[in-house]
Design a protein around this ligand. Structure first.
Ligand code: SF4
Length: 189
C-alpha cells in the first residue's frame, strides 16, 4: 500500500529528503490505530525545506492497522518477532519487506532517517528483546535500522525521542548537509 500525507500538514516538497516513521508525522499507522505525532516536526518552520518520505514497516509489510502489538523474543542473537497475544511469528514477513525497502531507500536520494524510538521495527536504541520469563529484557536495535546500517553504515539516523526541541532539530539538520550532497551525487550507486 502507499501512504498519503494528511492534507492538514504543510509538507511542501523540498530539497532535503528524509525518510521518517510515518507515525511521527501524525499518520495513524500504529498497532492501535493511533499515531505519535511530534509537533516539532509538523509545525516548525525549520522543516520547511525538507521532504518527508513517510513509511511504516509494520503496516506496509502487510500487517495492516490495527494489528496486534509485537515484541522481539528469545535469544538476543537470533530473536523472533512475535505478536504478543497470538504469538504468531512475523519475523520473515517483516524482514523481507525491510530488506526490499532498505534497497529502495538507499537509491532514493535520501539524506537521513528519522525513526520512532523503541519500536521493534523502527527503534534505533533500547528496543526490548524479551528473553525467558522473569529475566530482564535485553536492549537492542529495531529491524529496519539494523538492516539499513548493515547496508549503509554511514547513514545519518536519529530517533523521534531525541528531537524534542529546536536545538536538537538544528543539530540533526546540520548533520544532513553533507549527507544531502552525498545522497544527490551517489543516488545511482
Ligand atoms: S514505529 Fe514504525 S512500525 Fe511502528 S507505527 Fe510507527 S512507523 Fe509503523
Amino acid at each position: 500500500m502507499s501512504i498519503s500525507l494528511p492534507t492538514t500538514h504543510p509538507f511542501a516538497p523540498g530539497r532535503i529528503r528524509v525518510a521518517i516513521s510515518a507515525c511521527l508525522l501524525g499518520i495513524p499507522v500504529r498497532y492501535d490505530g493511533g499515531h505519535k505525532e511530534n509537533p516539532l516536526l509538523t509545525n516548525s518552520p525549520l522543516t520547511a525545506h525538507m521532504q518527508w518520505i513517510p513509511f511504516c514497516p509494520e503496516q506496509e509489510c502487510g500487517l495492516g492497522t490495527p494489528r496486534e502489538p509485537m515484541q522481539w523474543q528469545g535469544d538476543p542473537l537470533q530473536p523472533r518477532l512475535r505478536a504478543l497475544h497470538s504469538q504468531r511469528d512475523y519475523t520473515q514477513q517483516l524482514q523481507q519487506w525491510c530488506t526490499r525497502q532498505v534497497r529502495l531507500q538507499r537509491h532514493a536520494g535520501i539524506a537521513g532517517w528519522l525513526l520512532k524510538s523503541r519500536s521493534p521495527s523502527c527503534g534505533v536504541t533500547g528496543v526490548e528483546i524479551q528473553q525467558a520469563p522473569g529475566q530482564p529484557p535485553h536492549r537492542s536495535i529495531g529491524l529496519f535500522p539494523r538492516l539499513l546500517l548493515a547496508s549503509k553504515p554511514q547513514a545519518v539516523i536519529t530517533e523521534g525521542d531525541l528531537l524534542q526541541d529546536e536545538p536538537a532539530l538544528v543539530h540533526f539538520l546540520s548533520r544532513l548537509a553533507p549527507a544531502t550532497y552525498y545522497a544527490c551525487s551517489h543516488s545511482a550507486d
